[in-house]
Design a protein around this ligand. Structure first.
Ligand code: BMA
Length: 291
């Protein structure tokens, strides 16, 4: 059974003298590039609007951050905030899918960068529907880009020729009645390629609104085909800072990286602080092989 081991304390907390991140930091997307973990995280301050901050680390645990947000609301779709960034490297660019929040609802939006400071905005991807928890696959699958998204309460798959127009939407994972993931589920980290399939760290919510993390394996050629899905969660809210915060009893991931034989899964605790939990590649292989 795969289980994550948490680093006991948060690795990133709010900064009182940064008005944009003085209250809460949570839900971090990550990518490992040139020996550094690059992190985008959701931050909230005095005005209650989410912005994205940037932090970087050489060891995956100690992060340096900028004193200004790198992505802030800029369009009518984003008037109430930009949330939950999920980073995928495609070619030499980093593409970020995030939630644009406004009085019109929530929308899947995309921006890209090469340096995490200057951005190209690609706009809203699924303009006609409330949708979030979207993540891009890092490689084309049978010649097309692929992404996961969430039409409540399920995880969906869609394909695109150009990253902008999305078609062939299909449900790939549903909540499981009577379990820790009975109410709704959503993609967590963007899918990670392994020799055995796409490794997916995702979140599940129960009827008491407790958010936990789970793990699944999707077929490399056809991610609509589920190879394996663990019945038990891999991380549940247990520490005080995961149980009490802005929203109680939440662990919520937007990104994971593999460095030297260890997967680092970054997550928001109680929508208030950022933690990390790890698992070895051997344990992941055991799950992938069904042993
Ligand atoms: C989801 C998203 C996340 C948040 C979670 C728990 O719907 O809004 O950003 O972490 O709820 O509150």
């Amino acid at each position: 059974m795969l289980r994550l081991t948490r680093h006991p304390e948060p690795i990133l907390k709010p900064v009182i003298h940064h008005p944009w991140e003085s209250r809460y930091v949570f839900n971090a997307g990550v990518v490992y590039h040139n020996g550094l973990v690059h992190m985008l995280y959701r931050a909230m301050g005095e005005d209650g609007i989410s912005r994205l901050g940037y932090a970087v680390s050489a060891d995956g645990l100690n992060f340096c951050r900028l004193d200004q947000p790198v992505l802030a609301p800029a369009t009518p779709w984003e008037s109430r905030g930009v949330e939950d960034p999920r980073i995928t490297r495609i070619g030499d660019r980093f593409y970020v899918l995030y939630t644009a929040y406004s009085e019109h609802g929530v929308r899947v939006s995309m921006a890209s960068t090469t340096n995490f400071i200057t951005w190209t905005r690609h706009g809203v991807l699924l303009p006609d529907e409330d949708n979030k928890d979207a993540a891009l696959f890092p490689d084309k699958i049978n010649g097309r880009y692929a992404m996961l998204h969430r039409r409540p309460p399920d995880i969906w798959l869609a394909y695109s020729e150009d990253l902008i127009h999305w078609t062939d939407h299909q449900v790939i994972m549903r909540p499981r009645p009577g379990t820790w993931e009975s109410w709704k589920i959503g993609a967590g980290a963007p899918p990670i390629q392994t020799p055995w399939g796409w490794l997916l760290f995702y979140h599940g919510v129960d009827e008491q609104r407790v958010y936990r993390l789970g793990v699944a394996l999707l077929d490399l050629e056809n991610p609509a085909r589920m190879i394996r899905r663990q019945e038990t969660p891999i991380l549940s809210p247990e520490t005080p800072w995961e149980r009490e915060g802005q929203v109680p009893h939440v662990v919520f991931t937007c990104g994971a990286v593999e460095i030297a034989g260890i997967y680092y899964v970054y997550y928001g605790g109680a929508d208030a602080a950022i933690g990390v939990a790890t698992v070895t590649t051997e344990e992941v292989e055991r799950f992938c092989r069904g042993r």
